[in-house]
Each structure stands twice: as C-alpha cells, then as structure tokens.
Design a protein around this ligand. Structure first.
Ligand SMILES: Nc1ncnc2c1ncn2[C@@H]1O[C@H](COP(=O)(O)OP(=O)(O)O)[C@@H](O)[C@H]1O
Ligand SMILES: [Mg+2]
Length: 337
C-alpha cells in the first residue's frame, strides 16, 4: 500500500523583490522517507526550508506539511515538526541538558516526560556524559548532535535539517549521519535535509531533488539519477590551455564511443563507454587536434556527475576535492582492473 504523504508542495514560489529564491517548486515526500535537497549556495534551499517550517510565508503556491497548510495553520504545523536551522541556535551559557529542557518547556511537555525524553535523546546522540557541561565547551559536532536531539524533544512527525553538517570535519559528519539513520529507523521519522555535500545526499537520502536557481531540475533516488547519465564512465581531461578547445571538442564529439562532452573551465568531462580501454585513443585525439593534456582522471558515475549532468556545472566548493580524487584515487583503481 502506498504510504501517505508527509509533505505536499505544489507551485511554491517565494520572491524577494524581483528574485524568485524558490521558483514554482512541486514535490511530495512520503511518511518515513529521507528526502534531500541538493544544490549550491544560493540555490534556494534555506528559503524553501523556511517556508516549509512556517518562518516565512510563500509568495504563491501551496505547501502542506504533516497535517496542514503552512499559510493557513502555521501553529499546527510547528507543533508537528522539528527544525535544525543552518546556524547553531543553542544557548552557549547553558548546559546541554538545560538547552533541551527549555525547549521541552516551549512545547509544554510535562516535567516528568520532559526529563525522560531529554535523557533518552541525549543518550541516543552520545551526550549523556557531557549533559551537565556548558554548551560553550562542546565541539562543533557535539553542538550539532545536541541541536538534533533538541529538535526531537516534542516527538515531531517530520525533522527538517538545513545543511546539518556544514563546517564539520569528516569524522564528526559521519557521526551525525549515523545518528540521523538511527532516529529514522527507531522512530520512522520523515526527514528532509538540505545539503551541498554530494556524499551526504548519496549516503542518506531515499530520494534527492537537485535544486538550482530556485528550481527543481531533477528528482529521483541517487541510483536513478546516476542511471540517467549517458556513457558508463567519465574521463576528465584537463588541458594545459584552452586555446584550441573548440577544435578539440569537435574532434572528440565525432568519436563513436563518446556520448557527450561537458566543458568546465579547462577540464573536458567526456562520457564514454569502456573508459579504461578508450583512454589512450582520446588522449591521442586531443594531441591530434593540437592540444596538450595536463592531467587525466577516469571514474564511474557518481551523484556529482548526475549533478553536473542536470545543472551543467559542479558544486564549486567540492571541485578541488573531486579533482584530487580523480587524479589521485580514480585512475589507478580503474586502470588497474
Ligand atoms: N531575506 C532575503 N532577502 C533577500 N534575498 C534573499 C533573502 N534570503 C535569501 N535571499 C536570496 O535568495 C537566494 C536563495 O538563498 P538561500 O535560500 O539562502 O539559498 P541556499 O540556502 O541554497 O544557499 C539567494 O540569491 C539569496 O541571496
Ligand atoms: Mg542555505
């Protein structure tokens, strides 16, 4: 049986003056789903979350969250959702326990229940031993875990997280992921998260909406998004200069095993069949067209590639990391087969 929808959004638009930060967006999230919004800075992720969590009103369109329309019954929506905003909002001068307790009071949870719930959640996020310490003494990862626990104190149906692991080191990021997985399994919570980290979207989300300039460009499971890219391997050739870029692109486009070429600065991303086998002939073709290849990468499709496929660009902050991955780990692994 089809599960009911936890979130229903249709034709939602939020304008700031002339700028449509969220532009005619429609999607649904089913109960218990882990749903991700993936997009670069300025894509409209925070604005969308602010509308869905009733902090700002939409300019037009409709959004039903848990029970009710966000414009018509914001108070009822607020009772049923938990929110972890992008900026940390815990009180540094209080302990972790006190921060949780104050939140429980906001929601008028009776004392005994509040105490039990706080203990239970602090334990789940691994903060029991630090519950009596001031939040000011917590690491970034611990503060994040506290904020997630705090957002769950009133047992919401849906948890919204806006870039929950931004600024965390990779290890703390993984710990946060583990907790999110745990909550979801334990409480069959619906989770909607925004992120600009590919890995986060790929490892956590059942479905991912790729958002760019306020619009949803693609929406599917990470596997299905990847499956929509033509060619099973991607060869990245970085040229030492772009003076002969057009000629090189023309020649490569004519090659039978080449499905598509995307240009990103000096790098050509070439979607091909049998990358390892065809790499040398591609490099030869570049040389034949008067170009020089300064570095080479070959890898299998990732969500990053799906993002580039749909938006025509990469998420800039991740670019440096990805290039080093391509040149470092990607080549030997694939060529060594
Ligand atoms: N309160 C605001 N007033 C004017 N413009 C805003 C406001 N909030 C966001 N924007 C603009 O809307 C766009 C989307 O921003 P935002 O939702 O914060 O994106 P993201 O969270 O994906 O980085 C950006 O161009 C941003 O400058
Ligand atoms: Mg944001």
């Amino acid at each position: 049986m089809q599960k009911p929808n936890a979130i229903e959004v249709s034709g939602l638009t939020k304008k700031f003056g002339e700028l449509a930060a969220v532009n005619d967006v429609s999607f649904t999230v089913t109960e218990g789903e882990f749903f991700g919004f993936l997009g670069p800075n300025g894509a409209g992720k925070t604005t969308l979350i602010r509308v869905l969590t009733t902090l700002i009103k939409p300019t037009s369109g409709k959004a039903v969250v848990s029970c009710c329309d966000v414009s018509e019954k914001p108070d009822s929506v607020r009772q049923r959702i938990g929110v972890v905003p992008q900026a940390m909002t815990s009180d540094m001068d209080l302990t972790g326990y006190e921060n949780m307790d104050i939140y429980g009071r906001f929601y008028s949870i009776p004392k005994k229940e509040r105490k039990e719930k706080t203990k239970y959640l602090l334990d789940l996020v691994g903060l029991t031993s630090r519950a009596g310490d001031l939040v000011a003494t917590y690491s970034g990862g611990m503060k994040r875990r506290l904020e997630i626990a705090r957002a769950l104190v009133h047992t919401p149906d849906i948890l919204f997280l806006d870039e929950p692991t931004i600024g965390l080191d990779p290890q703390s990021r993984r710990v946060v992921w583990e907790f999110l997985e745990k909550f979801r399994r334990k409480d069959s919570l619906t989770i909607m998260l925004s992120t600009h980290y590919m890995e986060e979207a790929e490892s956590l989300c059942d479905r991912v909406a790729i958002i760019d300039a306020g619009k949803i460009i693609a929406l599917d499971s990470p596997d299905n998004l990847k499956a929509q890219i033509p060619g099973n391997d991607i060869i990245s050739l970085t040229l030492s200069d772009t003076s002969r870029l057009d000629e090189i692109k023309n020649i490569l486009s004519g090659i039978q095993f080449v499905h598509k070429i995307k240009v990103d600065g000096e790098t050509l991303r070439i979607y091909v069949d049998n990358g390892a086998q065809n790499l040398t002939s591609l490099i030869d073709a570049v040389k034949g067209a008067g170009g020089t290849v300064s570095s080479v990468g070959i890898h299998q499709q990732s969500l990053e590639d799906a993002f580039i496929h749909f938006t025509g660009k990469s998420i800039r902050e991740e670019e440096a990391k990805k290039v080093s991955f391509l040149i470092g780990a990607g080549v030997p692994q694939k060529l060594g087969r």
